[in-house]
Every structure is written in C-alpha cells, then in structure tokens.
Design a protein around this ligand. Sequence first.
Ligand code: NZQ
Ligand code: ZN
Length: 387
Amino acid sequence: MQNFVFQNETKIIFGRDEEQVVGQEAKKYGKKLLLHYGGGSIKKNGLYQRVVESLQAQGIEIFELSGVKPNPRVSLVREGVTLCKENNIGFILAVGGGSVIDSAKAIAAGVNYEGDVWDFFDGKNSVNDCLPLGVILTIPAAGSESSGGSVITNEDGSYKRAVGHETMRPRFAILNPVLSYTLPSYQTACGITDMMSHILERYFTREKNVELTDRLCEATLKTIINNAHTVLDDPTNYDARAEIMWAGTIAHNDSLNTGRIGDWGSHDIEHEISGIYDIAHGAGLAIIFPAWMKYVYKHDVNRFVQFANRVWDVEIDLNDLEKTALQGIQKTEQFFRLIGMPVKLNEVDIGEEHFEEMARKGTERGPIGNFIKLAEKDVFEIYQLAK
Ligand code: NZQ
Ligand code: ZN
C-alpha cells in the first residue's frame, strides 16, 4: 500500500427534503451568492422555487446564471467570473449535476485570478484561491459534489480538459434522492455508468496490497449493479435511488483511492470524444471502458480474474484464467447494454474520421493511464476496438 493523505471536507447532507436547509448553510458564507444552474429541469420540478425561498428567508441576495450545458463551456464560465467580480459575490451555489457543479468550480477559481480562467485548464497556471461553493445535487453521476476536480470544454478547438485543486471541493453538498426521480432513464443510466467507471479507474491499479480498498470498490460496484434495474424500472423507488445517489458520491470522494494509484486512461480517452461530439460523458465511458479493458487485461490477468469473480460472480477457471478475465469484461459490456447505454461508437454515429486527431490530442501532454501507460498509437487502437 502506498503512503497517502486523505482529506475530504465536503459536508454531506443526505435525505428527503434536505434542500430546505440550503439557506442556513449558505448564509455561513456571506449575504450574496451566485445561483448557478442548467437548462431548466430545476424550474420544471419546483426545486428552483424552494431553493430561492430558503435563501431569501435568510436574507441572502441572489444573482443568477443559468444555461449550463452538459459538457459545460468556458464561455459561460467567463460570464460567471465577470458577474461575480462586478457584484462582489462571495459564494456560489450550484444546483444540478456534474456540468453545473464543474462550471461553478471553474467560476470560483477564476474570480480571484487576473488572467483568463482557461489558463488553469491548459496548464498555464494553477488554481490557488477559490471562492467557496455549495451544491444541491440533482443527478448522481459525476461525483463532482465532493470531488476537487472540474472538467470544462473550450469551444475554441473542442478541447475538454480537467483541473483539480483541494480548494475547489464544495463546502457542502445536499443529496436528496427524491430530486433524482425526474431524471430521464438515459441520464440515470449515464450516471450509473459514470460512477461505475470512477470505481473501475481506481480498481485497475498496479498496486498489490490494497485489499481493503479492493473490497470497498467491489462492494460499491455490487450495490450499484443491484440497484440499477430498480431505479430504471421504478424511478420513484426511494431506497434504490438513495443507494445509487450515495454510491455516486462514494465512488469519487477519494476514499476508494487510498493507498493506490488509479488509472484514468479511459476518462482521458472519453473526454476527447465528448469534447468533439458533445455526447454524454457516461455514454462515452460505456463505449470506451470495455474497449480499454480488452486492450490492457493481459498486463495483469489475475486482477481481471478477481474482478470477474468478485463483482460479476464468474466462476474461476483455473485452467483458463484468460477466459475468466474476458468473461468479466463481457459481463461489464452486457450490463452497460442492458441499462440502455451504447457500447460501440457506431451506435452514436461516430465514425473513424477523428480517431487520429483524438489520439494525438489525448496524448499531447504525454502518455496517459497508469495501469499501463498509453501512447498515441495505443489510444488509436482503443478507438479502433470501440468502433
Ligand atoms: O440542464 P438541466 O435542465 O438541469 O438538465 C440536465 C442535463 O441535461 C439533466 N438533469 C439533471 N438533473 C435532472 C435532470 N433532468 C431531470 N431531472 C433531474 N433531476 O441531466 C442532463 C445532464 O446533466 P449533467 O450535469 O451534464 O450530468 P452529469 O452529472 O453526468 O455531469 C457530466 C459532466 O461531469 C463531468 C463530465 O465530463 C461531464 O462534463 N465530470 C466531472 C467530474 C468531476 N468534476 O469530478 C468527474 C467525472 O468523471 C466527469 O468527467
Ligand atoms: Zn467520469
């Protein structure tokens, strides 16, 4: 097990009706806030009204910036930075999913910075002084509600880039599973795929003696798998929605990362796809993760055998470990298909025309992944396996 420091200061407030406390939580950070949200789902389901009432009851002045798109754009982030600077806003409340939260984090990072906020995402500068932010989560998926990362797309060049910093972690995150009842089943499934991928990125490590985190990863994956069909068949099932929502946070709050080095190659490979084609991140991962697994499993067959056996209950064939490993990969792919995800690029009308460009852009800062290091030609081969 590697040495590690674990610190996650996001206060999680979980359960029915808990959004009602948002005013009390937010007022700890001042009397002016930016309310940041997406394309309107929070207005349709009444959440917006409840949030505004709770904030106003505490005498908080609200500035609004809506219109965050899935795969959030840097242009709106720049608008948010200007709005905060001009009005001396000291706190950001993100109400939505990963895209809204990531956009809020990028704004928070840009307010106390003289240069352009994209500097953080293309590596020209590092984040060091963020406004505090809070979250009301409406879709369990990205885990951004308690992660220190933000992923933003620059329309100029179709670059989708991630940045991470401890000060970007939200101060609080309100998780009410009822808020996820209105999700379309496709978005629910994208979220399930994304949270599973966050665990798989950590699970496929070269580190050998990490039994506790292996088993925590397996337990979280099994919980997601056991509840996935229930939330899709019965979207207002509170218990199943609650399991999925909490699993999405656990998957990405860094506790499953302790003592080990995760891979993250599949995420980098996927970001090139959603950067150009603007598909949902979870759908991109359902396509890329199985392809990545097929490309790398021979480097540690035993780990893939453990995964097949403990997560998918595949019986180990001691005479043919490779067969067992491949069965685990097949089960993963089948599961993604069963919950309604695409598992091949042609299912989302993506052809080969940008493979070379995506492989080059994805590796232009050096080889990616840690399970094995992937160079440009490897990434190209993975796109070929996914087509
Ligand atoms: O915009 P609105 O109208 O709210 O609609 C959203 C959006 O269209 C809708 N939605 C959300 N909650 C809803 C709802 N519709 C009905 N009822 C509800 N309760 O869902 C759509 C997708 O929302 P989005 O925020 O894009 O989803 P998600 O949470 O999957 O976030 C994806 C983004 O997170 C990034 C991804 O790259 C992607 O850009 N990630 C961020 C990470 C991080 N910061 O730690 C890690 C992840 O690996 C990921 O890369
Ligand atoms: Zn992800």
